[in-house]
Write a protein that binds this ligand. Structure first.
Ligand code: HEM
Length: 305
C-alpha cells in the first residue's frame, strides 16, 4: 500500500537538525503579485518542507489578495521594564541540514529561485549544541531545551491546524524571535541562582518546585494556561562573531500559545517578568504562516496558487 504523504511540512515535526540557517526575505521594490506568484512556483521544488521549511508573513498573504484566518503581525509586547520588539517579516526559510557548506549552496538556490521578486534581508546561522541521550540539544547556557515539548500525536495536535478545511489543514503558525544572551551576566550567577532562573537543575534537568514565580518554566508551564497553551518548540542556538543566543522558534496550530506565554513572560498578566530577561533579551520577533503540503509538494491554494 502506498504510504500517504503528510499534510504538513515534515521538517517541523522532525527533530532539530545539526545546522540550519534562518533566511529572511523582503519583497523587492516594484514586485507585483504576478512576480511573487512566479517566484513561489520556482521555489516550490526546493521548499520540500524538510530541507527548507517555508513561512509566509501576514503582509505577503495580504499582498496576494489572500487571507489566512488567525494570522496577524507579531505584536510589540514591551512593558514592565522589558522590550519585546515586533519586526514583521515577508518570507522566512528555515534551511536545514548537517553541513554548513551544503546549506550555503542550498541558500543560494533558494535566493535565485526567489529573485528578482524577493531580496535577502537577514541570515542567521544556527546549530545544535551538546545533544544528549534525551535527543534534545542544549541552549548555550547549558540547559536542555525541548524537554516539555509534546510528542507524537500531541505534537501534531499542538503544531498543525486541523478542521479548517483543505488548503489550511496541516498548516502551522510560527513565532520566530531571536534572543541575544548576556553570557557575562549569566556566568556571574551562582549555580543555584542560574537553576532558579530557569526552574530546572542544569546538572540533571530536574524541575525545581521551589523556584520563584519568575522562573522561566513556571512562567511558561503550558498546562497552567486556560485553555492550555501547547506548542512545538524548535529553537536553535545561534552565533555571529562573539554574539550568541537562542533563535526561539515555536510552531502552533494557531498563534494563541506563543502569544499568551510571551505576554506572561513580559509581565502583562501579573507584573512578574520572566527571569530569562536578566540573562537574555529578544532583538526581533515575527509571525509566519507555514503552508501545508499535498502529494509531497507545498499546497499554496490558500494563496491563490
Ligand atoms: C532566551 C530564550 C529562551 C531560552 C534560553 C529558553 C530555554 C528553556 C529551557 C531550558 C526550558 C526547559 C526545558 C524544556 O522544557 O524545554 C524551557 C521551557 C519552556 N520554554 Fe523556554 N526558553 C526561551 C524562551 C522562551 C519563549 C520566548 C517562550 C514562549 C513565549 C518559551 C516557552 C517555553 C515553554 C512552553 C517551555 C516548557 C514549559 C513547560 O510546559 O514545562 N521559552 N525554555
Amino acid at each position: 500500500m502506498k504510504a500517504t504523504s503528510p499534510l504538513y511540512q515534515p521538517g517541523i515535526l522532525e527533530g532539530v537538525p545539526a545546522v540550519a540557517r534562518y533566511v529572511l526575505f523582503n519583497l523587492a521594490q516594484g514586485s507585483d503579485a504576478g512576480a511573487v506568484r512566479a517566484a513561489l512556483k520556482r521555489l516550490s521544488p526546493l521548499a520540500n518542507g524538510s530541507d527548507v521549511v517555508l513561512g509566509i508573513g501576514p503582509a505577503l498573504v495580504a499582498a496576494l489578495g489572500a487571507q489566512v484566518p488567525g494570522l496577524h503581525e507579531f505584536p510589540d509586547l514591551s512593558g514592565h521594564g522589558v522590550k519585546v520588539p515586533s519586526t514583521p517579516g515577508t518570507l522566512w526559510c528555515w534551511v536545514r541540514g548537517d553541513d554548513l557548506g551544503d546549506l550555503l549552496h542550498l541558500t543560494r538556490k533558494v535566493q535565485k529561485a526567489l529573485a528578482p521578486a524577493f531580496v535577502i534581508r537577514h541570515v542567521v546561522d544556527a546549530f545544535r549544541h551538546a545533544l544528549g541521550e534525551s535527543g534534545h540539544g542544549r541552549d548555550l547556557t547549558g540547559y536542555e531545551d525541548g524537554t516539555e515539548n509534546p510528542n507524537g500525536e500531541a505534537a501534531e495536535e499542538a503544531a498543525f491546524a486541523r478542521g479548517l478545511g483543505p488548503g489550511l489543514d496541516g498548516s502551522s503558525f510560527v513565532a520566530v524571535q531571536q534572543w541575544l544572551h548576556d553570557l557575562d551576566a549569566f556566568e556571574a550567577l551562582a549555580d543555584d541562582e542560574k537553576d532558579h532562573r530557569i526552574g530546572r537543575r542544569r546538572s540533571d534537568n530536574e524541575e525545581l518546585e521551589d523556584s520563584p514565580t519568575s522562573a522561566h518554566v513556571k512562567r511558561t508551564a503550558q498546562e497552567s494556561f486556560e485553555p492550555p497553551a501547547f506548542m512545538l518548540r524548535r529553537s536553535m542556538p545561534w552565533m555571529m562573531s562573539m554574539q550568541a543566543g537562542l533563535m526561539f522558534v515555536a510552531f502552533g496550530s494557531s498563534l494563541y500559545a506563543f502569544e499568551t506565554q510571551m505576554r506572561r513572560m513580559a509581565g502583562h498578566e501579573d507584573g512578574v517578568v520572566d527571569a530569562m530577561f536578566g540573562i537574555s533579551r529578544p532583538v526581533n520577533g515575527a509571525y509566519f504562516w507555514c503552508p501545508p503540503m499535498r502529494d509531497g509538494a507545498l499546497d499554496l491554494r490558500q494563496l491563490g496558487l
